[in-house]
Ligand binder design. Structure first.
Ligand code: AMP
Ligand code: GLY
Length: 426
């Protein structure tokens, strides 16, 4: 098979690495990719917003499957447009990608199909949103409706913070994404990322992970795209997984089919495990980054076989095998992230790092004058397998210590909840 992968992050490097191991693969192209992806794929420059140009490339190179990494192109309808040209695509239609593209759409779906989630209101103007917030009180959560590059959510502990967040949304801080706002009840519990591979009718559990969103050790400082992750998530016991499938995922699949927008692709449920059980925080319609990196380390099956089955509506009779080992990834970011990261510093020593059960996935890297340099906020994902989360953590940090990049930083406590649990149980 010839495959075109769209995207350039650590998520896409992990997908490329796993697809490259498939006997089904003939040629892998990636656009725009990054130097790590370039080790296993031919990098091509395509304008991803120009769907007919992407389709023309697919026809010229006889592409059998397009795998879309990030949400932006999906919400813009790239899967529909490529399919109209006869190109097979792994990723949801524009209508199905509303699960990520509009928080209000997802909340209404939850209300209609009885899916457990935080109580909410949807607002198109500041004064009615303010009135609701004043009546409900803090803590409360304010969300720009549309895609806001992970920055549209404010967990407001005080009324003042909540009102400032509403004002920012309606002032246009998030562009059109904030023209509508969802205000929701503050949930407490432990968070988990839950993935399902979906073919429109069937959803198959596709692993669990826990992410670390805050930039600083001890979960302090501003939110980021994710500073590290591990899999599996201990809180997702078999019982919790079964409840999540029955109470959240299956009604979503039925609901989307009923609305004429069956979901095919990766459904990523951000969950809060509360005293009453799992509640949906949000959906994403793509793999998580960096969650994908730990899932790919643990996946035993051929990723291309599974993606093909999802595209062809053949998941009902499939099962998926995972390594019993835990995987953990530590993000190395460029100084300044999540604000403005410093670009251009040279990264050395990566060739001495990878080995049995250790992979370094590239995110924001580039080649400059023959040297590998930082070219974004999140730059490298140092990823390891181990018998326990603690062992994977020790291996990942030992590998990271061998990387020579003084301008990079990382969190030093990725996996702390799971490691504490392991220590308590030991
Ligand atoms: P998001 O940017 O949508 O991933 O949300 C960022 C983070 O905000 C989530 O990972 C949660 O930690 C938090 N969050 C979102 N909604 C709620 C809620 N209803 N209650 C408590 N925390 C929330
Ligand atoms: N790591 C969270 C996300 O990919 O949205």
């Amino acid at each position: 098979m010839n495959v075109l992968l769209l995207g350039s992050g650590g998520r896409e490097h992990a997908l490329a690495w796993k697809m490259a191991a498939s006997p089904l693969l003939t040629r892998l192209y990636a656009s725009p990719g990054n130097p790590g992806i370039g080790r296993v794929a031919e990098l091509v420059k395509l304008d991803v917003a120009d769907h007919s140009a992407v389709a023309a490339f697919c026809q010229e190179k006889k592409i059998d499957l397009v795998v879309v990494g990030p949400e932006g192109p999906l919400v813009a309808g790239i899967a529909d447009d490529l399919r109209a040209w006869g190109v097979r695509v792994f990723g949801p239609s524009k209508a199905a990608a509303r699960l990520e593209g509009s928080k209000g759409f997802t909340k209404d779906l939850c209300a209609k199909f009885n899916i457990p989630t935080a109580a909410y209101g949807r607002f198109g103007d500041l004064s009615s949103a303010k009135a609701y917030v004043e009546e409900t009180g803090a803590p409360i959560v304010i969300k720009a409706d549309g895609l806001a590059a992970g920055k549209g959510v404010t967990v407001a502990m005080t009324l003042d913070e909540a009102i400032a967040a509403l004002e920012a949304c309606f002032d246009g801080s998030f562009g059109t994404a904030g023209a509508e706002v969802v205000v929701e009840e503050y949930l407490t519990g432990e968070e988990a990322s839950f993935f399902c591979l979906c073919d429109g009718a069937t959803a198959l559990p596709f692993g669990t992970a826990q992410d670390h969103k805050r930039v600083g050790d001890g979960d302090t400082g501003p939110n980021t795209g994710g500073m590290g992750a591990y899999s599996p998530a201990p809180v997702m016991t078999p019982e919790m997984t079964e409840r999540t499938m029955r109470e959240i995922i299956e009604p979503t699949m039925r609901g989307m089919a009923e609305l004429g927008a069956p979901f095919a692709g990766i459904l990523f449920a951000g969950l809060m495990i509360t005293d009453q059980g799992p509640k949906l925080i949000e959906y994403n319609t793509r793999f998580g980054d960096p969650e994908c990196q730990v899932l790919m380390m643990r996946l035993k099956d051929d990723l291309l076989v599974l993606l093909n089955a999802a595209v062809d509506g053949q998941l009902a009779h499939m099962s998926i095998r995972w390594s019993d080992e835990a995987a953990l990834t530590v993000v190395m970011a460029a100084r300044g992230y999540p604000g403005t990261p410093e670009k251009g510093s040279v990264i050395r020593g990566l060739d001495q790092v990878e080995g049995e059960g250790v992979q370094v996935f590239h995110a924001g890297t580039a080649i400059n004058g023959g040297a590998l340099v930082a070219n974004g906020g999140r730059v490298l994902n140092v990823t390891a397998l181990g018998a326990t989360v603690g062992e994977a953590q020790a291996k990942a940090y030992a590998a990271l210590d061998r990387i020579d990049w003084p301008q990079g930083f990382c969190r030093h406590d990725i996996g702390w909840q799971a490691v504490a649990r392991e220590k308590a149980g030991a």
